[in-house]
Design a protein around this ligand. Structure first.
Ligand code: 8OZ
Length: 382
């Protein structure tokens, strides 16, 4: 019998700030695009997440904080009461299955299309610089639209949208929230000098460019205790339109991380390398050295397999590991990793859109043969 829990503490209980987890395996936030136009999560979402509740922590798919924050059709939101009711069904189902789940608060910034925006207006961004990327609307894949720069006077309203979403996440029964400051969406657009050319207190110096992320975190701490708030950063991911990363990654993100220490957050969550791509980072960047500047717990993510997870945990480089794509087709991923059961690979065409097909119809690994084997070879105890 394989029992990988003898080799590593990945399968043992752990704590990230105020979040007590049954193991150190986290389900990474995965956009699956199964909500309706109203952004309301359905029974399907409840089943999908409950099936994956053996993860030590589920980070729910990126969730729009406001109509303006929306950049992809069929992604869920958390600004309306109906959305809160939908999410409550999800959190109840996860809790009934013994799991923990946090909401990832998302504003796409410039990465949107006028068809997805209220009154067909331009998406908002730190500066009026267009991404070369594409998104999907109800009409299919389209180039993202030219954004307009946010007025300084609009920033308090934007922060209020985060606070509203954070309060709704609490009403919806989540165990906490994760601030999405990664992947070249709004907060990361402010951080990077490639997308931020502002001349007010939110642009220019590193201090200024990292200000909005800090102000958002500080504001949501009016709703949530710090031990239930995490943050996700992706210092080396270009955006889907290949916008360059910040020109001084170590200095910029290092400054932000040191500043975040004053909040005592539950965790820092990095996409290591390039989101859903290679783990390699450019010369001069050392993500472990950045992580080391954070005083709290750390979740590592991107392209992990069990071997890498065990190795990075053994070196104490991570407190927990977030698996993304492996959770799509392996609802019982934790048990499969523990038992060395082969993983199913989800085809790409199941990632986004559609219904139950490719979402909730993945079976658990066949553990019955393993269990029979356990019976034969385990010494009879008691
Ligand atoms: C894949 C497709 C659409 C959005 C991210 C929220 O990268 C996303 C996302 C991923 O953070």
């Amino acid at each position: 019998m394989t029992d990988n829990s003898t080799k590593t503490d990945l399968f043992s209980p752990s704590r990230l700030g105020g979040l007590q987890l049954s193991n150190r395996i986290v389900m990474a936030p995965l956009t699956r695009s199964r909500a309706g136009d109203d952004g309301v999560p359905t029974e399907l979402h409840a089943s999908y997440y409950a099936q994956r509740a053996t993860a030590g922590l589920i980070i729910a798919e990126a969730t729009n904080i406001s109509p303006q924050g929306r950049g992809y059709a069929l992604t869920p939101g958390i600004w309306t009461d109906e959305q809160v009711v939908g999410w409550k069904r999800v959190t109840d189902a996860v809790h009934a299955a013994g799991g923990k789940i946090v909401s990832q608060l998302w504003h796409v910034g410039r990465f949107s299309h006028v068809d997805l925006q209220p009154e067909g207006k331009a998406p908002v961004a730190p500066s009026a610089i267009k991404s070369e990327g594409q998104t999907y609307t109800n009409e299919g894949m389209v180039d993202v639209s030219m954004p307009r720069a946010l007025e300084t006077a609009e920033i308090p309203g934007l922060i209020a949208d985060y606070v509203h979403a954070a309060a709704n996440a609490k009403r919806a029964g989540f165990d906490g929230i994760e601030v999405h400051s990664a992947n070249s969406y709004l907060l990361d657009q402010f951080i990077r000098d490639s997308t931020n050319q502002r001349t007010d207190r939110y642009g220019g110096s590193i201090e200024n460019r990292t200000r909005l992320t800090q102000e958002v975190v500080e504001a949501v701490l009016g709703i949530w205790e710090p031990g239930r708030v995490g943050i996700r950063l992706s210092p080396t991911t270009p955006d889907a339109g290949n916008t360059p990363m910040d020109s001084t990654v170590m200095e910029t993100y290092g400054h932000l991380i040191r500043k975040l220490n004053r909040f005592n957050l539950a965790y820092l969550h990095f996409v290591e390398g390039s989101t859903a791509g290679p783990r390699a980072v450019p010369a001069g960047v050392d993500l472990d050295a950045l992580r080391a500047q954070f005083e709290g717990a750390y979740i590592g993510n991107n392209g992990y397999d069990l071997e890498l997870a065990i190795a990075r945990r053994a070196e104490n480089k991570v407190d927990a590991v977030a698996f993304g794509r492996p959770f799509i087709a392996n609802p019982d991923l934790v048990e499969r990793l523990r038992r060395g059961v082969p993983l199913t690979v989800a085809p790409r065409n199941t990632y986004y859109g559609g219904g139950a097909n490719g979402l909730t119809d993945w079976p658990n690994g066949d553990m019955s043969a393993q269990k029979a084997l356990d019976k034969e070879i385990l010494p009879v105890a008691n």
